[in-house]
Design a protein around this ligand. Structure first.
Ligand code: SF4
Ligand code: SF4
Length: 504
């Protein structure tokens, strides 16, 4: 585990964790393609030999399809189906594949994230891993790369800096640099299992970044990771304790949530187990609501009192302010800066687990891709952009989304659903029903929680983010840049598909 000083150390001395391949915890991972082998097979081994992806194996003189999920389908350059001398192989698209996910988290995006969580690299072919199919948001934006001649081929990956400084006020608070441009967004103890929570936090510690507790309190199991935990103060004040605020480097006020602006949190009674109830000082089995808004905050002056309270308890703590994206979000951001915040966290509406109601997600507040440039511009006009960190969240699914939102004006991003997908979430939207997630991710049921091993979970998330980091470095190189700050606010590196049609 990383110590207190390590996070503050220079880039040179930080060592990213090793990649350890972590296979799916299910015997047959969901595959895009299915290969069938008929009785004509003479076990000649040709398919085993030519498949570059390890789909077929030979065992005791017989050939099997061991890994359907590694087949890249029509993208294969040496198709075994054609090479088979006995015409024994056929390939079909798996009809079940299209039943998972949705337009934002397409089956391809889910499967490619699982691939990254297993191998720590982007999938070689066969899966669209850069964007979804929502027809809007980041899916309608494209990065505009320089011509191949100007790509910095001679630049080593290790020379490209994707770390981000979080304290730009240069005050007495901690000097914190995260080694990757993302940290884990709040998911409360109760909404997800303690194993899911610990997997995310352990991964954040290994990657030199942070993860937020969400609003359900600070379980004792998190103590070893204090230096990488962001503790959240939200409207329900569940589990908020001055003792835990004193232990951490970052405290987040959650004023609103992009997936349900204007609505508070809601934890169904089924998920309020004895452990959750103890942490939240509530009654077992009763649903818990956190109100909207903070009933003590109706102005920037009220907000400043909140910030001052944290600074009085823990003068070294960075204060982050999480808000949704109303049309006056730019004023909110500037107000937060003057109230003393270090980080303004803009949470857009594309995110949220399966628990967020669609009516709220789809109809309230501004899309994040409009909010970020608005805030970036206004902070610049006010002359304070360089003194506050802008974090964007809400539907960041890929490293390409990260690059796009930074080009729009953010400094870094928060993730949430992507972490769950690394743990094999299938976006079934049942997070809040009954005992919770059947895959053991968003649940407090003791039996379901056991479906995930902590070491496996942490490594899967580490692997996924190592793949993201690697991909981001390639994106920066293709843009002719050596560090992320060069990309902040560079909307000229983006094109919107609607405008592309006009110009092409
Ligand atoms: S190439 Fe065809 S015949 Fe040979 S092992 Fe593969 S499926 Fe069987
Ligand atoms: S219930 Fe589990 S698998 Fe389904 S969307 Fe929620 S976290 Fe993902």
């Amino acid at each position: 585990m990383l110590g207190r000083d390590t996070i503050l150390s220079s880039l040179d001395s930080f060592r990213f964790p090793e990649v350890v391949q972590e296979h799916s915890r299910f015997r047959n991972p969901i595959a895009k393609y299915r290969l069938n082998r008929n009785n004509n097979c003479i076990a000649c081994g040709k398919c085993v030999e030519i498949c570059p992806y390890g789909v077929h194996i030979m065992r005791r003189g017989q050939v099997f399809v061991e890994n359907h999920y590694l087949c890249v389908g029509n993208d294969c350059t040496e198709p075994c189906v054609e090479a088979c001398p006995e015409h024994a192989l056929s390939m079909l698209k798996n009809p079940d594949f299209d039943s998972i996910g949705d337009l934002r988290w397409t089956p391809d995006l889910l499967a490619s994230t699982w691939y990254m969580a297993e191998f720590a690299v982007s999938p070689p072919a066969g899966l669209e891993y850069k964007r979804g199919a929502s027809g809007g948001g980041f899916d309608k934006l494209r990065l505009v790369f320089k011509s191949p001649k100007t790509i910095q081929k001679e630049l080593q990956d290790k020379e490209v800096d994707v770390s981000v400084v979080l304290n730009r006020r240069n005050d007495n608070a901690h000097r914190v640099r995260i080694q990757v441009p993302f940290y884990g967004g709040g998911m409360s103890y109760g909404s997800v299992s303690i194993t899911t929570m610990l997997s995310r936090i352990k991964a954040a510690a290994a990657l030199g970044t942070f993860c937020c507790t969400g609003e359900g309190g600070y379980p004792d199991e998190l103590k070893p990771y204090d230096d990488h935990v962001i503790t959240q103060v939200a409207t329900g004040l569940f589990g908020v304790r001055e003792e835990t605020i004193q232990r951490v480097k970052i405290v987040e006020f959650k004023y609103a949530q992009g997936a349900k602006p204007g609505l508070g949190g809601h934890l169904l009674g089924d998920k309020v187990t004895p452990g959750v109830a103890r942490m939240r000082e509530a009654v077992v089995g009763y649903p818990l609501f956190s109100p909207f808004p903070f009933h003590s905050v109706y102005s920037v002056e009220d907000h400043k009192k909140h910030v001052d309270w944290i600074k009085a308890i823990n003068p070294k703590a960075l204060v982050a302010v999480k808000v949704s994206t109303p049309t006056d979000v730019d004023m909110v951001a500037v107000g937060s800066y003057y109230a003393g915040a270090h980080i303004i966290h803009l949470d857009g509406s594309y995110g949220g687990t399966g628990a967020a109601p669609d009516i709220a997600k789809k109809n309230i507040a501004m899309p994040i891709e409009y909010a970020v440039p608005k805030v970036h511009r206004f902070l610049k006009e006010e002359g304070v952009r360089g003194r506050i960190t802008v974090i964007a969240s809400g539907g960041i699914r890929t490293p390409h989304d990260v690059a796009k939102v930074i080009a729009l004006g953010a400094d870094a991003v928060c993730t949430g659903t992507a972490d769950l997908v690394a743990l094999e979430c299938i976006r079934c939207h049942n997070c809040e029903s009954g005992r919770g997630c059947a895959r053991g991710i968003a649940t407090t049921d003791a039996e379901l929680m056991d479906l995930i091993d902590l070491e496996w979970g942490a490594q899967r998330i580490v692997n996924m983010f190592l793949a993201w980091r690697r991909e981001l470095i390639q994106i920066l190189k293709k843009l002719g840049m050596k560090s992320l700050p060069e990309l902040v606010g560079r909307t000229d590196c983006l094109v919107h598909l609607d405008h592309m049609k006009e110009s092409v």
